[in-house]
Ligand binder design. Structure first.
Ligand code: CTP
Ligand code: MG
Length: 243
């Protein structure tokens, strides 16, 4: 089945507060967008990647990806995340009309492990129309009113933190975006159609980079991932040299 990945990367990153849009902020010397697209391609199943970039940065983003040797189409994103995904989806279906599986993956979740990406694709291929990676909630969560007074304590065991990539059967995602509604994730639109959304286990490394604190965590996450990817011989030579 043809798998296409859409990467919304057109946000400004206001909460991060960097001098460039968040997708272009570097972690260990490379922009988040490059890490995210490389992760998708490294999973080994994605045929085509479409990136939604800030409109003024389409050419610069395309050059960045090309220079990194990562094949991807870059289009101008929209006013919010849902609009950016909708525009990327339209482009993807124009370019690859026989697309069967669509992944939607935030550039801000640049370190999702390839195994999670493959698990999402596998669940769609096994028949789910919408699939999201999730993690259990570690903290107690309260619902509050507009004044901050607690209204309720939802049962944490029934709550999940949601990550990306989210995977969809292409026709389902097209119907969801045809609602012309907005949501913080694409599965939220699918839910409005009454279509069940399945879950697979996510991973802490698929955290969303929102604040400077998250960026600091991401630096450490990537250091650990890069170290574990090195061969045992390289690691032992590092130890001998006291690296
Ligand atoms: N996004 C997008 N188009 C927009 C807004 C957001 O493609 N108009 C993307 C972001 O680039 C990001 C993802 O959607 O990869 C998730 O959004 P978020 O984490 O909120 O990123 P930003 O909107 O950039 O950050 P902020 O809300 O802090 O400004
Ligand atoms: Mg945002």
């Amino acid at each position: 089945m043809s798998v296409v990945a859409l990467v919304p990367a057109a946000g400004r990153g206001e909460r991060l507060g960097a001098s460039v849009p968040k997708a272009l902020v570097e972690v260990r010397g490379e922009p988040l967008l490059i890490h995210a697209v490389r992760g998708l391609l490294d999973a080994g199943r994605v045929r085509h990647v479409v990136v939604a970039a800030p409109p003024a940065l389409v050419d610069a983003t395309a050059k960045l990806l090309a220079d990194a040797g990562l094949p991807a189409d870059v289009i101008a994103g929209g006013a919010d995340r849902t609009a950016s995904v909708g525009l990327a989806l339209r482009h993807a279906l124009d370019v690859i009309p026989d697309t069967r599986v669509v992944l939607v993956h935030d550039a801000a979740r640049a370190f999702t492990p390839p195994a999670v990406i493959r698990a999402v694709i596998a669940a769609v291929e096994a028949g789910a129309r919408a699939v999201i990676p999730v993690l259990p909630v570690a903290d107690t969560v309260k619902q509050v009113d507009t004044g901050g007074v607690v209204l309720a304590t939802p049962d944490r065991s029934a709550l999940r933190i949601v990550q990306t990539p989210q995977g969809f059967d292409a026709a389902t995602l097209v119907s969801a975006h045809a609602l012309a509604d907005s949501a913080t994730d694409d599965a939220g639109l699918v839910e409005r159609l009454g279509i069940p959304v399945a879950t697979v286990l996510g991973h802490p490394h698929a955290m969303k980079i929102t604040t400077p604190f998250d960026l600091a965590i991401a630096e450490s996450v990537l250091a650990v991932v890069q170290q574990s990817e090195r061969s045992p011989v390289e690691q032992s030579s590092d130890r001998k040299q006291g690296v």
